[in-house]
Design a binder for this molecule. Structure first.
Ligand code: BG6
Length: 458
């Protein structure tokens, strides 16, 4: 792979660049893992170089990157006002790059699609790398069309579809946990596992993101974009190596076998939207009263979908993926629940619960719920939890993702077929919702979700 000479951020004035990309970039630069490169910010609004530099420096500091290398990059970066859907502007941007460019599209999907169409009329330097933010396309059809358009521009290996969840250290720790321990893999199957839950409940509400979120909703924002890929890491066959071919091949294979459980999108999914409430003393308006929300979109802010993976390893095991906003408690974890023992010798009292492995994404820890005899009466079954912290990664998720982009190693980026599978998997659910085959329920912001969901599991 060629060395990247210039990183260009499209959408440089946006929230994503400020809050996530630049802090991650600063961390990476400070670590000195990648060779030096230049940074150019591109946005549709005018901004002076000095205002942009101050902005970059502030974001670097927010990510804890205050070393000499990060400071130098912030001091030298330049900003260009440009329309990235205009081929002439794109040519001007490329002319400002030195060495091989990496173009990072921190843009809404429609603008990314238009920018890629415009790039067909521009001479791209050999080796150019793309970074594309989620959501990738707006449905299966547009994702397929965008993928077709992209490979006409540059080879697939140079396309980095970003899912920052794949850069989360705890998600990456799944690999070591599963494949570097003899004890897990032999029981990692439908014979021994009862169910798998992947939950990403947030206390955060809309946070001013209506322009994007009101068209996405929890299903696309989290399940299509992130949690199905996490599920693929949990469910995939052991890859022979952790590289871009083998890892992504194994994930794609798991996704190809996935669909809503029992082929019944209405019976396997739930959706709800928050009404007015309060979280930690902070009052929240009803979702439909948030600025920029169109109630006609009927956007869900909480969803739960049960999937099945139809292969020898997993047939019949429900994988429940759930995510929502404005909830009482932030619960972000993967829970693997094992089947109960086939027989408990008579003479024990107390009922053992199933053994369960919990991999928590925040805080980053892992725990195993087990049954033991315990103290006191030795024939009473007690429950214990073995737990340990994973420890933070050297880089945050965006630093990890950008490291892959700048060294042109797409192992942690999402391959075209994986993205298309993720859309294929959720489309029947979206279609059932569109037909109103699933009620849009409600829950007060700051609650644990609709009361009925708490009493019964899907
Ligand atoms: C983003 C979603 O991709 O991931 C957000 O758009 C969500 O809605 C976020 O809050 C969660 O990831 P993290 O790592 O920022 O907690």
């Amino acid at each position: 792979a060629r060395q990247i000479g210039t990183l260009v951020i499209f959408g440089a004035g946006g929230d994503l660049a400020r809050r996530l990309l630049l802090p991650g970039l600063g961390q990476l630069v400070d670590l000195g893992r990648n060779p030096d490169f230049r940074l150019i910010g591109v946005g549709q609004n005018a901004m002076s170089n000095s205002a942009w530099r101050a902005r970059v420096a502030k974001s670097f500091e927010a990510g804890g990157a205050t070393g000499a290398k990060a400071r130098a990059l912030a001091a030298e970066t330049e900003y260009l006002k440009a329309d990235v859907t205009n081929p002439d502007d794109l040519t001007r941007i490329l002319a400002a790059c030195t060495g091989t460019p990496a173009l990072y599209f921190a843009l809404p999907p429609q603008v990314t699609i238009a920018a890629c169409a415009a790039l067909a009329h521009v001479d791209l330097p050999a080796g150019t790398v793309f970074g594309l933010e989620k959501p990738f396309g707006t449905d299966l059809k547009s994702a397929v069309a965008l993928n077709r358009q992209l490979v006409k521009l540059i080879p697939e290996q140079q396309i980095h579809r970003v899912d920052h969840f794949l850069g989360k250290s705890t998600v990456l720790n799944l690999l070591g946990l599963r494949f570097a321990n003899r004890i897990l893999e032999p029981v990692w199957n439908a014979d021994n596992i009862e169910r798998v839950d992947i939950v990403f409940d947030e206390k955060l509400a809309l946070e001013g993101r209506a322009g994007y979120y009101d068209h996405a909703g929890a299903l696309i924002d989290m399940i299509q974009s992130h949690l199905l890929l996490v599920m693929a890491l949990v469910a995939m066959e052991p890859p022979s190596s952790i590289d871009a071919e083998d890892l992504r091949g194994a994930m794609a294979q798991a996704l190809r076998a996935t669909s809503v459980l029992g082929g019944d999108p209405a019976g396997s999914s739930r959706r709800a939207r928050y009404t007015a409430g309060a979280i930690g003393g902070r009052k929240l308006p009803s979702y439909v009263k948030e600025p920029g929300v169109d109630p006609k979109n009927r956007t869900e802010t909480l969803t739960e979908v049960v999937f099945g993976i139809e292969n020898w390893r997993w047939a019949g095991v429900p994988f429940t993926l759930r995510s929502g906003k404005a909830l009482e408690r932030a619960r972000k974890e993967i829970v693997v629940t094992f089947r109960e023992v086939p027989h408990l010798p008579a003479g024990f009292s107390g009922k053992p619960g199933p053994a369960a492995l919990r991999i928590s994404l925040s805080p980053d820890d892992i725990s195993l719920d087990l049954n033991i005899n315990g103290s006191g009466d030795p024939f009473t079954i007690d429950r214990v939890v073995l737990s340990t912290e994973f420890g933070a990664g050297e880089l945050g998720p965006y630093g990890e993702v950008l490291s892959g982009l700048l060294s042109n190693d797409p192992t942690l980026s999402v391959r075209a077929d994986e993205i298309e599978e993720c859309w294929r998997i959720v489309e029947p659910v979206l279609a059932a919702w569109k037909k109103d085959a699933v009620k849009l329920e409600s829950y007060p912001a700051g609650s644990a979700g609709p009361a009925a969901w708490r009493r019964s599991r899907l």
